[in-house]
Design a binder for this molecule. Structure first.
Ligand code: SF4
Length: 290
């Protein structure tokens, strides 16, 4: 006898879930709706919404739009996006996550405040070119320094004040390590501020997923190919349970893995909708009984 359990703590975080339901609500009204960038790093979910009428555009295409409605996804946008919308009479459906908006505000305040502080640096620990990071950089007119890892801290000036922020989805451990390293290198009385801006909706997933992986004999982890959070969480699963398999589609299950008497667990990333995990469970059930 096998058991199949879906991790109820996996699935879309509230920011992404809210953006998807806003899109669905607008599309049900039958109005044309554009979305600036993929609404979620999950191809199947993007395709589902596109079938409902959502049109995904990139930033170049966005500049050419006029008199339409555009949804801003949870990652948030820099001020220039709002300016273009004003100029082109674009109605924005702003689904930026409130956690990201609060972080943008904090960075903007720090930037405004630091205006007279010669050489002060605003540093963002995040992925260069990531949509959320672009939105954060925009709060500083592009002047903040983005570092992706502790190896990059050499480019900072430790004799001048540093305020360190993080992209919301970075690993808490990595961020703390970067913070400690910078703090230990400050010189000549320069001040260092460490702003812990990691989203707990993501960082809490790591201990949860480790526990879930340990409790099962076989794990199917479903996430989109572009989901960086999916890669991190899957790696954690695998560390705890080597019998963990990453799949990008609910139908991608290797039947030879489904031996008798296994406790099977299904989990996913913060961009994996619950319906996809349910669909994996249904497929496993079908394979076990046919
Ligand atoms: S991970 Fe956190 S900050 Fe990012 S969209 Fe989800 S809830 Fe918002």
């Amino acid at each position: 006898m096998n058991s199949i359990e879906i991790d109820r703590l996996s699935g879309c975080c509230f920011g992404v879930a809210k953006a998807i339901s806003k899109a669905e609500e607008e599309l049900r009204r039958g109005n044309t709706l554009y979305c600036l960038g993929d609404i979620v790093h999950n191809n199947i979910e993007v395709e589902r919404l596109e079938k409902m009428g959502l049109i995904t555009v990139n930033h170049e295409q966005f500049k050419e739009l006029k008199n339409v409605r555009v949804l801003l996804r949870a990652h948030g946008e820099p001020p220039v996006t709002y300016e273009i919308a004003r100029r082109n009479n674009i109605e924005l459906i702003d689904a930026s996550c409130p956690v990201v908006l609060r972080l943008q505000k904090r960075i903007k305040e720090k930037y405004t405040h630091a205006a007279g502080n010669d050489g002060a640096q605003i540093v963002i620990f995040g992925k260069k070119g990531h949509a959320e990071v672009n939105g954060l950089l925009g709060q500083t007119d592009g002047s903040a320094i983005v570092i992706e890892s502790k190896e990059e801290i050499g480019k900072l000036n430790f004799t001048k004040d540093i305020s360190l922020f993080s992209q919301t989805t970075k690993s808490l451990e990595g961020f703390r390590e970067v913070g400690e390293l910078i703090g230990s290198r400050m010189k000549n009385g320069a001040r260092f501020e460490f702003h812990d801006t990691i989203c707990r909706h993501v960082s809490n997933r790591i201990p949860n997923i480790r526990e879930f992986a340990e409790k099962h004999d076989l794990i199917f982890f479903i996430a989109g190919e572009k989901s960086s959070n999916g890669k991190v969480l899957f790696a954690e699963c695998r560390k705890k349970n080597p019998a963990s398999y990453l799949i990008h589609h609910p139908g991608e299950i290797d039947p030879s893995l489904l031996k008798e008497g296994l406790r099977i667990g299904i989990c996913g990333a913060t961009s994996t909708p619950m319906w996809q995990m349910e669909s994996v469970a249904e497929n496993i059930f079908y394979l076990l009984h046919h």
